[in-house]
Ligand binder design. Structure first.
Ligand code: GAL
Length: 901
């Protein structure tokens, strides 16, 4: 609904146009159009179109203000007074939503910000500024707009160009105490520096601020929505996303009763005759099972022929579980399409990089971008959600299964079409894409969108930015599928939480999980422990990251194994104690659910030699006994359920985009493994008894005393600024070889490596010197480097060389920066070598071990509020006499939980 009316103001009535959403409103926005203070009205698109769209997209009431223009002798502060009068009117109404925002475009942004400053402390909850004009003199004016032009505009508005009052062009005002500010920038805007400067000023003033760059647009692009519809859409999406009432806190399982740690497995009753089901449920109760994931691979049973459903057997299983007090995490069975579907529609089958069809016979043989698959999958989702919407056993939705496990890389024609749509949204114009992809290299310049393909098999190395964007797109394409399923589940069962099982484990990186995490009600993860010296640490690393994907929230271990898996070349069983140690390590890092793949070991099929809770040999087995003991142990830990992990003093940063980019082909070495370097740091910290959090690069780093960001390869300007600010304000940053090298388009920062971080680190590197296999370079501190080396030139006197290469030249450096520091490690040292330099990095940061000396290295410590988990990293018992309140010893591979001091 749209209403025009007037509001009383100090200079007379102020016209406003009020746009109301169709449904209930969650927020109200006061909006001021632009026009250089002397043009514009309520009908211009920047007023009317923007207000209408934000009302619709964000479910907000938008009050667009027709403030007095600086014409006919009207000057500052009249326009601010008018906007302020409307703001005061809005805040005085108790029929408007409590969440209040103010915003404006260009000159209107100055009016909005000035109004917010007038009522600092009791002002808006957030501020939206589009390509703002906030400073005079304007910082580094681009081409196109002459200085006289700007001067003329300011003189007309304020009456002079000197002694400008702080709230006339409020970039120069004291900005402290403002609420979060969301700044939309036009890419090719000569006034863009004003918005960018404001962001830096806000950060300096401690105000949360974020920008969104509308690519391929010029100043005032919201006033020309038809010039670049995709950019208009993205820009309004940015504002609407900020304005919309924040998603309610992520939800946990729908269940009654006291908090507890859930315990269970994937349950595949369709593989067994009906008689076995009752046996299953009896044994589940004996083991203490509280929840099962059901129906993951049952599409062919639930819809045996197109449109013919058979839910009878599943009804029976769900009822049986419910009668026995076991919750159901019900899967949408879309992971494995049935033969009738692939026979009728072979066009849903993925195509690999070489152009080979991925045939049925296994699972996940579907293209994330196939409209045909999408239609059938969503029909199935609607059917199952409708069927069980009100079943009391339904605790959560398990969307599909490990999305992307086998089908993340699809190079089909559907993928090509969807990739182009994705690219248009990202780049808007082909010129922008050509620039970002550097297509003048090897004559790859595109003249039409339809010429663009996925990075299919080619005769030589494929354009790296094309590859990087394809990785971004592929993660997004699967997320889009997940969201399509979620939309139906939310529609039919709004109170049932929705999740999907991630694969935060080892080298799996197809999906950018820090990005996905915003879309799940709770994080669920599948983890299968690997082999080798760092396997246990890797489990801890992954578990820890899961706990930081939605910071401070418990998460759910959806799958791990009781013993052997069946998909490695050789699959030994777990050693005694490992089953419990692995599960409890996940709990120590915040898991409030511990589940296995699977409940009963299969007799047939590709996974019949994969361990389960109930093995082929039956209940009289070491595995089933260990499972039952674990169930009891988890019951005794109910007190920690719902309590987040206590943050650590150190963070190890994981950035999926850097991971992708650093491991692309045609690099100085193809031996580099991003996650191995990150894990080495984690292990080295554990070896010294130091707790660390593994956090996404987007996490708030400010609370960490030491931040290790290994191989941080892609560093856009905004990240560089964040890291500089972190160190300036007393943080201690450490980074390594191949960091800071490229921007978000994988274009090298010029002037010497480590590019974006060169000044912060106070060093310069001219060439990389990767090391051939089997070669090592000795360091003066006794460590030796492998994989990589560099001739590091120290360019700043504030840099101290912490370790040098034996043949001369700095290897590890640290520069004092503000109250903090920035350190650089130019080679791969491995956990032991890192151990030799860690003291020099931890001491200035004031980080010390929280464990008694005798336990450091042998025991991992994790803290969840009132309790400490002590995890034996070794196979030998460790005496705990140094720890008050602890039992005398921690058995090999054991875990004890003691009260925190
Ligand atoms: C997971 C999968 C399960 C099962 C398990 C075996 O990747 O989700 O269905 O295959 O691996 O380890």
């Amino acid at each position: 609904m749209v209403t025009d009316r007037e509001i009383a103001g100090p200079h007379g009535p102020v016209p406003v146009r009020i746009h109301e959403p169709e449904g209930p409103a969650g927020a109200v926005l006061v909006w001021a159009h632009g026009g250089g203070f002397r043009h514009g009205d309520l009908d211009m698109p920047e007023a009317d179109h923007v207000a209408a769209e934000l009302a619709r997209r964000a479910d907000a009431v938008v009050v667009s203000v027709g403030y007095r223009l600086a014409v006919g002798g009207v000057r500052y502060p009249v326009p601010v007074d008018d906007v302020h009068a409307v703001w005061t009117w809005v805040t005085g109404r108790d029929d408007l939503p409590a969440r209040k925002a103010i915003g404006g475009a260009s000159a209107g942004a100055a009016l909005a910000l000035a109004t917010a400053l007038r009522c600092r402390g009791h002002g808006p909850d957030l501020i939206l500024l589009a390509y703002p004009f906030l400073h005079f003199p304007t910082p580094t004016l681009g081409h196109g707009r002459s200085l006289e032009n700007i001067e003329d505009m300011v003189r007309n508005y304020v009456g002079r160009i000197s002694d400008i009052p702080a709230d006339a062009l409020p970039g120069s005002a004291d900005l402290r105490g403002l609420p979060p500010v969301h700044i939309l920038l036009s890419e090719d805007d000569d006034l863009r520096p004003s918005g960018e400067l404001l962001e830096r000023q806000l950060r300096e003033a401690g105000v949360p601020a974020g920008t969104f760059l509308a690519r391929g647009t010029t100043h005032g692009h919201l006033n020309r929505p038809h010039d670049a519809p995709a950019a208009d859409d993205a820009s309004l999406g940015f504002f609407a996303g900020a304005l919309r009432v924040p998603r309610e806190a992520p939800r946990w399982l729908r269940r009654d009763g006291e908090p507890r740690i859930e315990f269970g497995a994937d349950y595949n009753p369709e593989q067994w005759p009906r008689e076995v089901w009752a046996e299953d449920v009896r044994a589940m109760r004996e083991a203490g099972v509280t929840i099962v994931s059901l129906g993951i691979f049952s599409w062919a049973r639930l819809e045996p022929a197109e449109g013919r459903y058979d839910f009878g057997w599943l009804d029976e299983v769900v009822d049986l579980l419910h009668a026995n007090g076991i919750l159901v995490d019900l899967a949408t069975p879309t992971a494995s399409p049935p033969p009738w579907l692939t026979t009728k529609h072979p066009e849903i089958l993925p195509v690999d990089r070489e152009g080979r069809t991925v045939w049925p016979g296994a699972r996940q043989h579907w293209r994330p971008t196939s409209p045909v698959f999408r239609e059938h999958a969503l029909r199935m989702v609607r059917a199952i959600a409708g069927r069980y919407a009100r079943h009391p056993a339904l605790a959560a939705w398990h969307v599909s299964n490990e999305l992307g496990c086998h089908n993340v890389d699809d190079y089909s024609d559907d993928a090509a079409r969807a990739f182009r749509v994705w690219l248009r949204a990202r780049y808007v114009t082909l010129d922008a894409l050509n620039a970002a992809w550097g297509t003048d290299f090897w004559s790859q310049r595109y003249g039409e969108w339809d010429q663009i393909l996925p990075p299919r098999h080619a005769g030589g190395p494929v354009n790296p930015t094309q590859q990087l964007d394809f990785k971004r797109f592929s993660s997004d394409a699967l997320k889009d599928h997940y969201l399509a399923e979620r939309r139906i589940l939310r529609e039919l069962t709004p109170d049932v939480p929705v999740t999907t099982n991630f694969m935060v484990a080892g080298d799996i990186n197809g999906m950018n999980y820090p990005d996905w995490a915003a879309e799940v009600d709770f994080v669920a993860n599948d983890h299968y422990i690997g082999f080798g010296a760092q396997a246990r640490d890797e489990l801890s690393f992954s578990a820890n990251l899961c706990g930081n994907l939605i910071a401070g929230r418990p998460w759910f271990l959806m799958e791990h194994s009781t013993s052997a898996v069946n998909w490695r070349p050789v699959n030994p069983p777990k050693l005694p104690g490992e089953l419990a140690r692995d599960s409890l390590t996940h709990v120590a890092h915040g898991a409030d659910g511990v589940c296995f793949f699977q409940w009963r070991q299969s007799r047939a099929g590709a996974e019949k030699y994969h361990s389960a809770m109930l093995p082929h040999a039956g209940e009289q087995t070491a595995i089933f006994r260990a499972v039952t003991e674990l169930g009891a142990r988890l019951r005794s830990l109910s007190g920690v359920a719902g309590i987040g992990r206590t943050p650590a003093p150190v963070a190890v940063v994981v950035d999926y985009e850097s991971w992708w980019a650093a491991e692309l082909d045609s690099h100085p070495t193809d031996r580099l493994r991003y996650r191995r370097e990150a894990l080495d740091w984690y292990t080295a910290l554990l070896d010294r008894g130091i707790r660390a959090d593994v956090v996404p690069v987007s996490a708030d780093l400010t609370g960490y005393r030491l931040v290790v960001a290994p191989i941080l390869h892609l560093v856009p300007a905004s990240l560089r600024q964040r890291l500089e600010a972190y160190a300036e304000r007393g943080g201690h940053l450490v980074t390594t070889y191949f960091s800071g090298i490229a921007d978000e388009n994988d274009h090298v920062w010029l002037g010497g490596y480590p590019g974006a971080l060169r000044d912060l680190l106070g060093i310069r590197v001219e060439e990389f010197a990767p090391l051939p296999d089997g070669t090592a370079v000795p360091l003066t501190n006794g460590a030796s480097g492998t994989l990589w080396s560099e001739r590091v030139e120290v360019t700043d006197p504030a840099v101290k060389v912490l370790a040098a290469y034996a043949d001369g030249g700095a290897a590890v450096t640290r520069r004092s920066v503000g109250d903090g520091s920035a350190a650089y490690v130019s080679t791969r040292l491995g956990p032991q070598g890192l151990g030799l330099i860690l003291e020099d990095l931890l001491t200035p940061a004031g980080v010390v071990s929280e464990l008694p000396a005798g336990l450091r290295g042998r025991v991992e410590l994790a803290i969840r509020g009132p309790v400490r988990f002590l995890i034996n990293r070794t196979d030998e018992p460790v005496g705990l006499s140094e720890l008050p309140g602890a039992p005398p010893a921690l058995p090999g591979r054991g875990v004890v939980v003691v009260p925190a001091p």
